[in-house]
Ligand binder design. Structure first.
Ligand code: NAD
Length: 322
């Protein structure tokens, strides 16, 4: 790159401006308006800077929102991306882009979207606020959990997924308590990397479908949404995936892994009721209708009444269905 545009969110702007200054004239600008769920309107704003300043590559420093903006630019321009992740969401490892316009999140996969270079630096995650750290870690765990029952799963991805889940399950409680910071951040970032590989390698199912649908419709916080739904989507699929329940039971050392995930949220003090995240109660039925209008493959068929029950439980922050 000779004319790089640095990308980030408003909250990380000061730090990223310093990074841009440090590389000298190669940095031709900083665009610090990356936004959760990658709104197309923000991408268009950034693209006008790309054109004006004859940018020949992007450097994304931030979490999934910043990385999403870099991917959205790359998908449209094929510019190379250097990505430096600062959360545990795992987006940097995938050729997947989820973009939002008119309350709908559309997901696509394309080789142009996959970042060319990723630099992991554990130190950059240590400034993450506690809530954002643990929630983004569960986001990465969700990629690995869904990989275990993906219809195109394979034994290598299975191994990666189990290692990702174990690393995150071991490290997030320390991050939640701000203990053993360096060691736990390193383990969590390792888990996030592996979780991202899972997401980039095999197809996701009901859990990601629900998160994208609700996130796009009601602009809910992405990582917390994953945390809130994961126990419930696993409980929904449980009867259809006994081999996964068995594997997860061994990692969590409890026979009901959906219940373990629910308790894990409580231990991490994650906001885990959709009501708390700002979902309107009368949004449950429209959300299920939207899921069923464009269904995904899933180990258990998508059943309207059961999905409504699932969302009602998640809305109230209740235990997952036994
Ligand atoms: P985020 O990028 O929205 O960051 C959350 C907040 O934390 C922001 O305000 C940011 O400024 C701040 N922040 C980030 N890193 C920080 C740090 N080290 N120190 C202090 N503050 C920091 O959160 P996220 O959970 O990483 O990303 C969510 C987005 O990522 C969603 O839009 C989601 O769709 C997307 N995502 C995409 C994929 C994919 O493969 N396409 C995978 C996972 C997530």
């Amino acid at each position: 790159m000779k004319r790089a545009l640095f990308l980030t969110t408003p909250g990380q702007e000061d730090y990223v401006r310093k990074c841009a200054q440090a590389v000298g004239p190669v940095a031709v600008g900083v665009f610090a308006n990356a936004t959760m769920h990658t709104p197309v309107s923000v991408t268009e704003e950034a693209l006008s800077v790309v054109r004006e300043r004859r940018v020949d590559g992007v450097v994304a420093i931030g979490g999934g929102s910043t990385i999403g903006l870099g991917k959205a630019i790359a998908w449209r321009t094929d510019l190379p991306q250097v990505v430096i992740p600062t959360t545990y969401a795992g987006s940097e490892m995938t050729p997947i882009l989820g973009e939002t316009a008119d309350g709908q999140k559309v997901t696509r996969s394309d080789p142009r979207i996959l970042p060319e270079t990723v630099i992991y630096d554990v130190e950059l995650t240590t400034t993450l606020p506690r809530e954002a750290a643990v929630a983004s870690g569960i986001n990465a765990m969700a990629h690995a959990v869904e990989a275990l029952y993906a219809e195109d799963r394979n034994p290598v991805v299975d191994l990666i997924a189990v290692d990702a889940i174990s690393a995150l399950y071991d490290s997030l409680p320390y991050l939640a308590e701000s203990q053993k910071a360096a060691e736990s951040s390193e383990k969590a970032l390792y888990g996030a990397w592996l979780g991202g590989i899972c997401l980039g390698s095999v197809s996701m199912a009901l859990h990601h479908k629900l998160c994208h649908t609700l996130g796009g419709m009601f602009d809910l916080p992405h990582a917390e949404l994953h945390a809130a739904l994961l126990p419930h989507t696993l409980a929904y699929n449980g009867p259809a995936i006994p081999y996964v329940i068995d594997k997860l039971g061994k990692v969590f050392k409890q026979h009901d892994p959906a219940q373990s995930l629910f308790e894990f949220n409580q231990q991490l003090r994650v906001r885990a009721a959709l009501a708390e995240l700002g979902m309107p109660k009368d949004g449950i039925e429209p959300a299920v209708a939207a899921v069923l209008a464009k269904p995904c493959r899933n180990p258990r068929p998508l059943e309207r009444e059961a999905l409504i029950k699932l969302l009602k439980r998640a809305y109230a922050g209740a235990h997952p269905a036994p």
